[in-house]
Each structure stands twice: as structure tokens, then as C-alpha cells.
Design a binder for this molecule. Structure first.
Ligand code: 13P
Ligand code: SF4
Length: 305
């Protein structure tokens, strides 16, 4: 079978079996082409609640599939490749959050959506990269423990000096792999290119950027900008997507190290195998876990609009 034949089978089976395919922006373009919705973490969470389909396939990583199940417990939700985790989400446990709350009485806990469902049960509000500033500006408390990403947390903190933030150690290995020296080298080669960076990048890299935003934010900025050349400081797949979407513009990868192997593990055949009932993993969560982890996610949607 060639790629277009596999895609054809996926499109036919998803209609026959009442599936919706949600795809994170870091997936390969051949997977984008069979999606009902492609987007950043916030867009995926919101669109998960809108689909009328009985079944959902998440092409992304585990915490994204858990979020879909939490928001739509009546649906059957499948992670297309069970190996797709998120190393940052695995850096912290619910017990770590309980300990932090004891160390900082009077502080509310804000977790990045890139966390496990168990950890979310101990939190007051969830944010994504595209919604964090808006949500925390609207959030009633001024004392916030932000987990687990100190890079996103630091970027948000700088935008609201009136609030007091507790940050922790950790972060996304893929984004932290891009060093300021890598950026300087690419900038020297392409002096007219604008630097577009994800807030999971190191603060030195974010500080050099012309635009900082989520994956969707970066893609929208590059498409709409009058500029013709861009250095992309996020997972490398975004360079390929932008090359396809805006073929008259030039896109350069900030660093060869900007690869998320977890996002890369899903193949088109994995998606087909879920539809055939021969692969993937159905996300099973008990009622209490769904109810407790949903509370801060609902708060995110309420404050994020
Ligand atoms: P966004 O798509 O929300 O920008 O998140 C990036 C990411 O690292 C997802 O794991
Ligand atoms: Fe996790 Fe980073 Fe990969 Fe996103 S890019 S899934 S945050 S490791």
C-alpha cells in the first residue's frame, strides 16, 4: 500500500466507525492530512468537547489523550501509539505537588497541561502555552506555584510582575536542547530571518525571539507576517508544515536537536490499526480520577474563553 491508499482507508473507516481524528501540530504531514482537527494543546482540548463522534483517536502524546477522555468520558478515546509519552509530564507526580503545597501555604497550584491526570487532581487551574498569560492574568490569586515547566513559568512570570510565582526544576528536553549558541549560529547565516520561539525554550532563547507563542501561534504568525524568512525554535516538524503551507517563504530550523521522539513515534499505520481494532491503546480512567482532574481543566476553559 502507498501513503495515499492508507489515507483513503483511514478516511473511509473513520466515517464507517464514527471516529474523530485529533492531531497535534508536531505530527507528520501525512497524519495532518487525515485529521478532523489539527492544533496546539489548547485547541485540541476545546475541540475534543465539540465533536459529535462516539470515538476519538489522539495522534499526539498520552497527556493529550487523557485530557480528551477527561473532557468527554462518554467517548471511547484511543492513543494511536501507546509508547507516545511526554518526558516533561513524567517529571512530576501528584505527591510532588502535595509536598509543594505544604511548603508554600496560601499558594494556588497552576499546572501546564503537559502533566498526568493524577497530578491535575492536586491543582487549581491548568494552562497551555497559548492560554497561560490570559488565564493567569484573570486568575484571582496572586500567589502561584507553577509546575512543571520553569521556562514557560518564567516567561509567564515576566509578563505579570504583580504576581508571586514559585517555579520548579525541569522542562521540555526537546526545547531545552536548543542552545543560545545554536540560535546565534543560524541567525548569523540568515541575518534577515525573524526568530519565532516556543515559550518552552530556555529564557535566553525566548529573550532573543521576535515572536513567542504556541505551535499554532508560531504558524499563524509566520503565515500572516510580511517577512519572508523565519528561524523556527520549536519541534522540527513545524518547519516542514510551514514550508508546505507557505511555499514562497523560507523557514530554518533553530537546531538539529529540536526533535521530540515521542511525537515522532506515531505512524499512519498506527492510525489505521486503531480503526481496524488492531492497535493503539484505549484510555481507561476511573470516575473519581476523571472528576478530580476535570475541575482545573474546566477552570482553564472558563478563564481562557
Ligand atoms: P502547544 O502545541 O500547546 O504549543 O504545546 C507544545 C508541546 O510541546 C506539546 O507537547
Ligand atoms: Fe513533551 Fe516536549 Fe515532546 Fe511536547 S515537545 S511532548 S513537551 S517532550
Amino acid at each position: 500500500m502507498d501513503i495515499s491508499e492508507i489515507q483513503e482507508q483511514i478516511r473511509r473507516l473513520k466515517e464507517e466507525k464514527d471516529f474523530c481524528i485529533l492531531v497535534h501540530a508536531y505530527q507528520g504531514h501525512e497524519i495532518w492530512e487525515v485529521a478532523d482537527y489539527v492544533g496546539d494543546s489548547y485547541g485540541l482540548a476545546v475541540n475534543a468537547t465539540k465533536t459529535q463522534r462516539k470515538n476519538v483517536i489522539m495522534c499526539g502524546v498520552r497527556f493529550m489523550a487523557e485530557t480528551v477522555k477527561t473532557l468527554s468520558p462518554e467517548k471511547r478515546v484511543f492513543l494511536s501509539n501507546p509508547m507516545a509519552g511526554c518526558p516533561m509530564a513524567d517529571q512530576m507526580t501528584a505527591e510532588d505537588v502535595i509536598r509543594l503545597k505544604k511548603e508554600h501555604p496560601g499558594y494556588d497550584v497552576c499546572a501546564y497541561i503537559n502533566t498526568t491526570a493524577e497530578l491535575k487532581t492536586q491543582c487549581d487551574v491548568i494552562v497551555t502555552s497559548s492560554s497561560a498569560v490570559k488565564i493567569l492574568k484573570n486568575y484571582p490569586s496572586d500567589k502561584i506555584i507553577f509546575v512543571p515547566d520553569p521556562n514557560l513559568g518564567g516567561w509567564v512570570k515576566d509578563r505579570m510582575p504583580e504576581k508571586d510565582f514559585v517555579l520548579v526544576k525541569g522542562g521540555c528536553p526537546t526545547h531545552m536542547n536548543m542552545k543560545p549558541s545554536d540560535i546565534k549560529k543560524v541567525k548569523k547565516e540568515h541575518p534577515n530571518a525573524l526568530l519565532l520561539a516556543h515559550p518552552e525554550c530556555l529564557s535566553e532563547v525566548v529573550g532573543m525571539a521576535d515572536y513567542v507563542g504556541s505551535t499554532t501561534g508560531i504558524m499563524d504568525y509566520a503565515k500572516e507576517s510580511d517577512a519572508g524568512e523565519f528561524i523556527i525554535a520549536t519541534e522540527q516538524s513545524i518547519v516542514e508544515h510551514l514550508q508546505i503551507m507557505a511555499p514562497t517563504k523560507k523557514f530554518y530550523l533553530a537546531s538539529i536537536m529540536a526533535v521530540c521522539h515521542n511525537m515522532k513515534v506515531t505512524s499512519l499505520m498506527d492510525v489505521l490499526n486503531v480503526l481496524k481494532g488492531q492497535g493503539g491503546e484505549e484510555i481507561i480512567m476511573d470516575k473519581a480520577l476523571i472528576e478530580e482532574s476535570r475541575r482545573p481543566i474546566d477552570r482553564m476553559i472558563e478563564l481562557g474563553g
